[in-house]
Design a binder for this molecule. Structure first.
Ligand SMILES: C[S@@+](CC[C@H](N)C(=O)[O-])C[C@H]1O[C@@H](n2cnc3c(N)ncnc32)[C@H](O)[C@@H]1O
Length: 225
């Protein structure tokens, strides 16, 4: 099935952002956190960059578990960042370690070569040019930084899309079902992501399916000489 880009790259519509922030994505978020712990067992320290953080559920969960971790979380949608700020305000003990940045990729203003980890869940399919993400990884990661990028994988057919929407969003509001459907149509396949990594000189980052609907690209960053 051919890819159909998202109708809008940023999730800056207030109703859409609110429905997203109120939804329960704990299964995917827990999978992401589990993969990060597999990649880097033990205590996470230093500074991580979360790209396309949305309502910041993943960074907040990581900060709860890892008291020496700091996260800079980037999103281009002010409506989404307001919701992230609201969630962070409910946990004042974490606030000093979370910095929310309103920036749209590609963004040359992000610090260069500074981050110990670059993480991102469910951003790549929003991007009309996937290189915006891979170039940001190369720009911002320290040598040997941990890289974990996860996203939906585009199914083979519209029927397979409908089956996933019915399986995982049957009782969700229509705005979320529509979002999920659009996301599955806009998602990149494992083969496409592998090609993107190769084009960007990031072959050492491995990509594969990690659930019936997600892939993950995992590894560490080794700058090209
Ligand atoms: C599906 S949400 C994922 C949110 C979060 N990572 C999660 O796992 O729940 C994708 C987010 O990426 C943001 N986004 C899309 N394109 C972007 C870009 N070019 N630069 C920064 N953020 C972007 C959207 O505004 C949205 O908040």
């Amino acid at each position: 099935m051919q890819r159909t880009p998202e109708p809008q790259e940023l999730m800056d519509d207030r109703a859409q952002a609110q429905a997203y922030a109120a939804a329960n994505f704990s299964e995917a978020n827990n999978l992401f956190i589990h993969l990060l712990h597999q990649l880097q067992p033990g205590e996470l320290r230093g500074k991580a960059l979360d790209l396309g953080c949305g309502p910041a559920d993943i960074p907040l969960a990581l900060l709860r578990e890892h008291p020496e971790l700091h996260i800079e979380a980037v999103d281009g949608a002010p409506a989404m960042l307001e919701l992230a700020a609201h969630k962070a305000a409910a946990e004042p003990s974490l606030q000093g370690r979370l910095k929310l940045l309103c920036e749209t990729l590609p963004c040359a203003d992000l610090p260069q070569g500074r981050y110990d980890a670059i993480i991102s869940n469910s951003l790549l399919h929003h991007l009309s040019d996937p290189n915006d993400l891979w170039l940001t990884v190369q720009h911002s990661a320290r040598p040997n930084a941990t890289i974990l990028i996860m996203d939906l994988a585009r199914p083979n057919s519209p029927l397979a899309v409908d089956t996933l929407v019915e399986t995982y969003a049957m009782n969700e509001p229509e705005v979320l079902r529509e979002d999920f459907r659009n996301s599955l149509h806009a998602a990149y396949t494992v083969d496409e992501v592998r090609e993107q990594l190769a084009e960007n000189g990031l072959q050492e980052i491995e990509v594969g399916m990690v659930s019936d609907r997600h892939w993950a690209a995992r590894g560490s960053y080794h700058p090209r000489r």
